[in-house]
Design a protein around this ligand. Sequence first.
Ligand code: HEC
Ligand code: HEC
Length: 104
Amino acid sequence: MKIDKRDWFFIALVVAVLGTFFAITGKEKTKFVPYDATHRIVYETAFRDAPGTDASIMKRAFFKPDKKGAEKFCEPCHKERGVPFPPNHPSKNRCLFCHKLHQS
Ligand code: HEC
Ligand code: HEC
């Protein structure tokens, strides 16, 4: 079979789609913020205004955890306890963009 120009275009498209797919799913592997005693203050801060289980579905659906408030704790504590960042760790100010919270 001869591969003509249009076939190459199609192959390039498939490669691009697959590449994007792997790039996105790769990001999903970023570690979650552990749900443990050490990180309780993070979860308490982020979810302090969370509507209770008796609140309306709308209220619960539109609730956003206070990530900016919770992020203030990350770096000082990690520094104090000497938790290492991996080499090439990205810019450090918005931790919770990348490290997700476990849904409570
Ligand atoms: C009160 C201290 C403290 C605070 C606050 C804190 N951390 Fe940590 N974190 C630790 C310690 C200590 C470890 C080392 C592992 C452990 O003991 O849980 C750790 C480990 C981690 C890990 C690695 C987990 C793993 O599976 O290896 C991630 C990711 C992390 N923290 C993210 C965060 C983010 C994001 C925040 C802020 C939203 C945060 N931490 C706030 C103390 C803290
Ligand atoms: C732009 C995305 C991004 C941001 C912002 C970010 N990280 Fe990370 N972080 C990563 C990636 C990617 C890794 C390496 C893969 C992994 O281990 O999750 C990583 C790894 C880590 C690890 C080591 C996990 C382990 O044990 O292997 C810790 C601890 C950590 N980050 C803490 C933080 C803290 C605290 C902040 C905020 C001050 C932060 N990160 C902000 C993307 C990010």
